[in-house]
Design a protein around this ligand. Structure first.
Ligand code: SF4
Length: 82
């Protein structure tokens, strides 16, 4: 779901939010978690459907983002950025 230019995707306990306005297409998130992130036609990061990477990799991907465009929640609690 994309609302107010934020993509929100939830799977089991993990929720990922991509703040699309911030994304500068650096693609480092894809290097760290290639099964979770991709770029769309506009070269903005999106969360992929299908099997995601492990949580550690998803967090590493979020930490790698130079503009902090990725937020990670676990069981409704914000894990990154804290
Ligand atoms: S690392 Fe950040 S800026 Fe780069 S594509 Fe991913 S979300 Fe966008």
């Amino acid at each position: 779901m994309i609302k107010n230019n934020v993509q929100i995707v939830k799977k089991e306990d993990i929720e990922i939010r991509i703040l699309r306005e911030k994304c500068i297409s650096a693609a480092t998130c894809i290097v760290y978690a290639p099964s979770t992130f991709d770029l769309d036609k506009e070269n903005i990061a999106v969360v992929k459907s299908g099997e995601w990477d492990r949580l550690e990799k998803i967090i590493a991907a979020a930490q790698s983002c130079p503009v902090i465009a990725i937020e990670v929640y676990v069981k409704g609690k914000k894990i990154y950025p804290s």
